[in-house]
Design a protein around this ligand. Structure first.
Ligand code: ADP
Ligand code: MG
Length: 251
């Protein structure tokens, strides 16, 4: 088995006297979709905030490509290739697809110093990157407000990949969408996986969605891993039991 792109080792996160994460291990492999499952309050968001430089861990180590790494800010994590697609997507519906795609990153370093990319070139990049993961936006100059929720999700994912994400963290990407849109996002996740060079962390409450796309599972409950493994190693019944497990432990 190849080395994980990111490894979290024995992560502890305390908020004052409260321990939100208590010794969590997580391996994140390129080309895999890793479902992170658990009830509300299990620690899923806290764990990805540690991985994306929002929270410093109280204890434990983050390895990126085998090297112990400290993130002092979300920016450090972005530079290390960790891209988070937040639930609000950081998308402005009044602006065009292309403007949202570049979001202030229209500058490039050319042979004669800094330049600004040509609009036509930017439209082409935005269009092509989105097409690669499953949607064909015929006119990237259209306002994002005209796009569906699923298409906006794809835009945010394509943007993160274009700007260097090697780990793509999706926190409940399907929870606010209708069923057809949900399937669109799952299709996008499958396309991203097919590239082979990107790891997806897929946080969801939906067992069926995780079954459809995940290669690997980690189940959290009360800040601890209660089960983990590759899909082909875990029996279906075991997965069901673990999904119910968080609720049992809470009661
Ligand atoms: P999940 O995403 O699995 O629903 P969270 O990671 O958001 O869970 O929360 C895990 C636990 O940590 C919860 O009990 C939550 O109240 C607590 N928690 C999360 N963030 C903070 C914070 N900034 N300060 C204090 N407690 C927090
Ligand atoms: Mg959460």
């Amino acid at each position: 088995m190849a080395e994980p792109y990111v490894r979290l080792e024995n992560i502890v996160k305390r908020f004052g006297p409260f321990t939100a994460l208590n010794g969590v291990n997580l391996d994140v492999h390129s080309g895999e979709v890793h479902a992170l499952l658990g009830d509300n309050g299990a620690g899923k968001s806290t764990l990805i905030k540690v991985m994306s430089g929002v929270h410093a861990p109280s204890e434990g180590t983050i390895y990126v490509e085998g090297k112990p790494t400290v993130f002092n800010s979300p920016r450090d994590a972005t530079v290390a290739g960790i891209g988070t697609v937040y639930q609000d997507l950081a998308i402005n519906p009044l602006m065009s697809v292309t403007r949202n795609f570049f979001m202030g990153r229209e500058l490039y370093k050319g042979p004669r110093g800094l330049g600004i990319m040509k609009m036509g070139e930017m439209n082409e990049i935005a269009h092509d990157e989105m097409l690669k993961i499953g949607i064909d936006i015929s006119d990237p100059t259209q306002a994002v407000g005209t796009m569906s929720g699923g298409q906006r999700q794809t835009l945010a994912i394509a943007r993160a990949i274009h700007f260097g994400a090697k780990v793509l963290i999706l926190d409940e990407p399907t929870s606010a969408l209708g069923q057809k849109q949900q399937m669109g996002v799952l299709k996008t996740i499958k396309k991203v996986r097919k590239r082979g060079d990107i790891a997806v962390i897929f946080i969801t409450h939906n067992e069926i969605h995780s079954q459809l796309v995940a290669d690997r599972y980690t189940f959290l409950a009360l800040g601890q891993v209660i089960g983990a493994g590759k899909k082909d190693e875990l029996e279906h019944n075991e997965i069901r039991r673990l999904m119910a497990g968080g609720a049992e432990m809470r009661d």
